[in-house]
Design a protein around this ligand. Structure first.
Ligand SMILES: [Zn+2]
Length: 331
């Protein structure tokens, strides 16, 4: 949890989480302008204690934070936002997030229930036996809601908007995929990218199944969006990408190329596993990830559905709906 200074007035704080992704990097921006935290860590007493400790090393406290920027509406990134906002002196800290993340942050509990219901339905439609779908959603999703609380008021940001951070001008970039409302922050002169969970060196970001956007009925095609966002970020001139987990990334284009290769290799393996059979997403998931934990069933299915979306797009796989079950076969 030591503080690392990246450029003048920008610090990385590593905070513990109880999740398989390991510690989270949150970024403290000091200097002229509001004292800002980018992402927060989940709502646990020990993450809070680690945050207080890390801020004390910098000679500051949670009460001094004036602004919280949330890269995306996942609990490890915004769990403590409401508590920080409440604790900040002078009427509290302002919380910013991309417009599309806003309903998820403001209505966390209701949204989480909707999410659990939607995931349950998606798992069943993907061929996961009903009892297991219920168990997976209960264990992998339901139990996690307590690691965050709703943020009463979120100030919305939009793609392309400018933000002043650590004495420099940053650009808000909407990078949907890992989450529908995911954003990165880009600083062109220092060629820095706060990449959230869009780019992580040691983990291939999961294209997590997401709820349909408000007013829509179709789920977003997370992996299709994710690969588009990767292409957008590959076009940026970046010397270092600062991720939400793990080490700084010094060659973002090489990492993005690896991610494309990884997904192509996965899709090849899936086509082989499908052979000439008609299968459900769950049958393919079982072939790809033997003996999965409940969380693995969920994340594995997220990936497989993501890859199937692309294969359907390319005309290599045909999707057929029958009685609340989706089957896939090679074209
Ligand atoms: Zn994360």
């Amino acid at each position: 949890m030591t503080i690392l200074e990246l450029i003048p007035n920008l610090y990385c704080l590593s905070l513990p989480t109880p999740f398989p992704c390991g510690p989270i990097n949150v970024y403290l921006a000091a200097g002229a302008g509001p004292l800002t935290l980018v992402d927060t860590g989940p709502l646990t007493s020990w993450t809070w204690a680690a945050l207080e400790h890390a801020l004390a090393e910098h000679g500051t406290t949670v009460a001094d934070i004036q602004r919280v920027i949330v890269t995306h509406a996942h609990i490890d990134h915004f769990g403590l936002a409401a508590r920080i906002a409440r604790t900040a002196k002078g009427g509290g800290a302002e919380v910013f997030a991309l417009n599309s993340s806003r309903p998820r942050l403001e209505a966390h509990v209701t949204e989480w229930q909707q999410r659990a219901d939607f995931y349950g339905a998606t798992l069943r439609r993907g061929g996961v036996p009903a009892e297991m779908a219920e168990g997976t959603v209960g264990l992998a999703v339901g139990d996690l809601a307590r690691y965050a609380e709703a943020v009463p008021a979120v100030t919305p940001l939009v793609d392309g908007e400018g933000l002043r951070l650590a004495g420099r001008d940053w650009l808000v970039l909407h990078t949907p995929g890992h989450a529908i409302g995911h954003m990165c922050l880009y600083q062109p002169e220092a060629r820095l990218l706060l990449s959230g969970d869009h780019l992580i060196q040691h983990i291939s970001s999961n294209p997590v199944i997401d709820l349909p956007a408000p007013g829509e009925t179709e789920r977003p095609r997370s992996l299709v969006l994710y690969l588009q966002s990767l292409r957008r970020v590959a076009d940026l001139d970046v010397s270092v990408a600062l991720p939400g987990h793990g080490e700084p990334i010094t060659d973002h284009r090489a990492l993005i190329a690896q991610r494309f290769q990884h997904h192509e290799a996965r899709m090849d393996r899936m086509l082989t596993a499908m052979d000439s059979r008609s299968c459900t997403a769950y049958e393919i998931t079982q072939a790809m990830f033997p003996n999965p934990s409940p969380l693995d069933v969920f994340l594995g299915l997220s990936e497989v559905i993501g890859h199937l979306d692309i294969l359907v797009d390319r005309g290599l796989v045909v999707e057929e709906d029958e009685d609340n079950l989706t089957r896939y076969r090679r074209a």
